[in-house]
Design a protein around this ligand. Structure first.
Ligand code: NDP
Length: 475
């Protein structure tokens, strides 16, 4: 019954949207209402193969010293059968289930029950209760921004254990990596399935739900925009920004501890990966309030893509460099190490400054200085589903005058640095830069499609003023 009402509501909105479309051609805003065959095929492919891809990468390190080709060669030559590989794969264990449950429960407690204290003493840090962007239904959600605090508490406890209490070994994550993979998958599927059922039967905000009528698309891309339990437990902020990302730096530390245990030293490449990715993670938490205005929170609905992706894809595939370095402890020459560090820092600088410029520009409504000058911009307007007209601005100066997504370019340079730290013996550590290039190029196109629908002719003026997406003069 509830599902029927939601669908009817969605159809009415769709009708209203298309009516408005003909009036202004600037209304279709948010995730697609209709599913083309290409999107459907991609979604089915990902639903079927993404978990296998993750398994393949982790298994190839566990059984083949991180070679991606050797398992295939073994299978194709008949040297091994699938069952041989599968039988050698560690299974789900009670220990892993306990670690995973404790981990998620601890992060829930830090997220829901420990209000932010950091903003009271850290100058420049924006924490505590903050507002998100206007949703397509015109809602402005409030969020408790306490991710930095959660990260700090978790890491202080980690180091206290490693150097003082010794309750568990700092290699615990590496030692249980495959059993934990099964737990992460169970969590990812459970959360996504719950989000789907919740979207049908008890959505947090019915007006911000989208039903395409295609089960697989809705499962993958999500129905609810901002599913919540109670006033503060926001699924998107929690799963995007807590169990996986807080774990990212701990996973890397666990790999470093494993190197120490196996070889009696931690290589400079492992230190570089820990430091550069650590900066990226800390930046994420320092800027968590800003993150409320990024695509994941502002535009994506919560489905398998975010739910499973944050529980499995992110912690397992974003940390491949550290895992690789446990099996191949690369010690870089000084010049190479400095080169990797510089590339990582330059990438990070571009990423941060570009994001900061947009944030400052939007927060001050253009009343700020970018590179010492008043910013240039294009005025634009759009409508929410209830027909209310809003005004906005697209900046055309600073890094935003160089390319329309120069923040992605910085991110890609940083990502390349992590990979280069691992040397050139295997392709596996380069998965990250290949994946990020595909992800961010696709994101560019997806975002521009959405912005074009949202801003109509104003978007055309903007793309004429800033013609390139990622690299000025190239793309
Ligand atoms: P952006 O921060 O670039 O946000 C895009 C939005 O910004 C647009 O939808 C539009 O929103 C607004 N916008 C676009 N152009 C302008 C302009 N010229 N002036 C003002 N506002 C503009 O994208 P993301 O949210 O995707 O990325 C944020 C960061 O996160 C990036 O640096 C990215 O590299 C990183 N990232 C990292 C990922 C990872 O897995 N490591 C994954 C995804 C992102 P509006 O509707 O408000 O106009």
């Amino acid at each position: 019954m509830a599902a029927h009402q939601e669908k009817k509501l969605a159809q009415e909105r769709k009708h209203k949207s298309s009516q408005n479309d003909t009036q202004t051609s600037q209304v279709q805003w948010g995730r697609a209402w209709e599913v083309d065959w290409f999107s459907l095929a991609s979604i089915l492919f990902l639903l079927l193969f993404a978990p296998l891809i993750v398994y393949y990468f982790i298994m190839s390190c566990d059984q083949y010293q991180c070679s991606l080709t050797d398992p295939l060669r073994d299978l194709l030559t008949g040297n091994k059968h699938l069952s041989d590989i599968w039988n050698k794969t560690p299974t789900l264990t009670y220990r892993a289930a306990g670690i995973c449950s404790l981990w998620v429960a601890f992060q829930v407690v830090l997220y829901v029950f420990v209000p932010d204290f950091c903003h009271k003493f850290l100058p420049g840090y924006v924490g505590g209760v903050q507002e998100g962007a206007v949703t397509p239904a015109g809602v402005v959600n409030k969020y408790e921004i306490n991710g930095l605090q959660a990260w700090i508490i978790t890491h202080v406890l980690w180091f206290a254990n490693a150097y003082y209490f010794h309750f568990f070994s700092p290699t615990i994550i590496f030692d249980n990596w495959i059993p934990l993979l099964w737990c992460a998958n169970i969590l990812g599927y459970a959360v996504s399935t719950f989000a789907m059922i919740k979207g049908y039967f008890f959505p947090t905000n019915a007006k911000d739900c989208k039903f395409t009528g295609n089960f697989f698309y809705d499962y993958m891309m999500g129905i609810e925009f901002n599913p919540r339990i109670g006033r503060w437990f926001d699924f998107k902020l929690f799963f995007n920004g807590r169990p996986g990302i807080v774990a990212w730096t701990l996973i890397n530390l666990s790999y470093a501890a494993k190197q120490q245990e196996l070889y009696g030293q931690v290589t400079n490449s492992m230190i570089l990966v820990n430091v550069l990715q650590g900066i990226y993670v800390l930046d994420f938490f320092w800027n968590e309030a800003w993150y409320l205005k990024t695509i994941d929170i502002c535009h994506d609905h919560f489905g398998w893509y975010l739910g499973w992706g944050d529980c499995v894809w992110l912690p397992y595939l974003y940390t491949l460099q550290g895992l690789y370095l446990v099996y191949h402890p690369v010690q870089l020459g000084t010049a190479n190490a400095v080169g990797v560090l510089m590339l990582g820092l330059i990438g990070y600088y571009i990423f941060r400054v570009t994001n900061h410029q947009k944030d400052l520009f939007r927060r001050t409504d253009g009343n700020c200085r970018i590179w010492g000058k008043k910013p240039e911009y294009i005025e634009c307007s759009y409508m929410s589903v209830d027909g209310t007209k809003y005004y906005s601005k697209l900046m055309t100066s600073g890094f935003w005058g160089w390319a329309r997504h120069f923040n992605y370019t910085g991110d890609l340079l940083g990502s390349l640095a992590y990979c280069l730290a691992c040397g050139f013996a295997h392709i596996l550590p380069y998965f990250y830069i290949i994946y990020m290039t595909i992800l961010l190029t696709h994101r560019c196109i997806r975002d521009e499609h959405r912005c074009s629908s949202k801003y109509g002719k104003d978007w055309k003026h903007y793309t004429a003023a800033v013609p390139y997406r990622l690299l000025p003069g190239v793309f």
